[in-house]
Design a protein. Structure first.
Length: 188
């Protein structure tokens, strides 16, 4: 139990009698400089105020609804994560950090171009050597859309060496400038 939860229990204990009846026990952890709430100060006749203020985090004071008092300790479990222990590497899990894909969003009648569609536009342009109008037709877009995407793709590569949309898609062409007829010179 955390100190915060101990505090919550303390305030619930004060605010609602039914809760303390329901819970049966009140558990108090280290109280810090604020010390015990005013209606619990009688505990200082049983527990040293310095102890209540500074006791190690695994210690707690328990009060039962019949008025029985106890001082307890949560033992540190053997299997608990140690500070700075790398659990993922210990159990052999490799985490691959990547950005989530941007999906196209509907904005009124217009849908923004998500990463996959961007990648498809660039692929059609490079691999299939399709023109702007043909790509627009295939994707049911205005011809401006592929044009803007190709310009954006090439500018990103010129500026920072890669296209962020392609990097998120984890596909080739993330650092390839889109030019028509790259793979089939003389094509349509
Ligand atoms: Zn791109």
């Amino acid at each position: 139990m955390t100190k915060a939860l101990g505090k919550i229990l303390t305030s619930l204990y004060i605010d609602s009698t039914w809760f303390s009846v329901l819970a049966g026990y009140l558990i108090l952890k280290v109280q810090g400089v604020q010390g015990l709430a005013s209606d619990l100060q009688w505990l200082y006749s049983y527990f040293n105020p310095a102890t209540v203020r500074n006791m190690p985090p695994q210690y707690f004071i328990m009060i039962s609804k019949t008025g029985a008092l106890g001082l307890g300790e949560f033992p540190f479990p053997e299997w608990h994560k140690k500070e700075k222990e790398n659990v993922l590497s210990n159990v052999g899990i490799e985490v691959e950090y990547g950005e989530p894909l941007c999906e196209g969003e509907y904005r009124g009648t217009f849908r923004t171009v998500g990463d996959k569609e961007h990648a498809e536009i660039i692929r059609l342009y490079i691999e299939e050597s399709l023109g702007i109008n043909k790509i627009a037709e295939i994707l049911a877009r205005s011809s401006r859309t592929p044009l803007v995407q190709i310009q954006r793709h090439n500018k990103a590569i010129e500026r920072s060496g890669f296209c962020p949309a392609y990097r998120r898609v984890k596909s080739r062409y993330e650092n390839v400038i889109a030019q028509r007829n790259m793979q089939s010179p003389g094509g349509c």
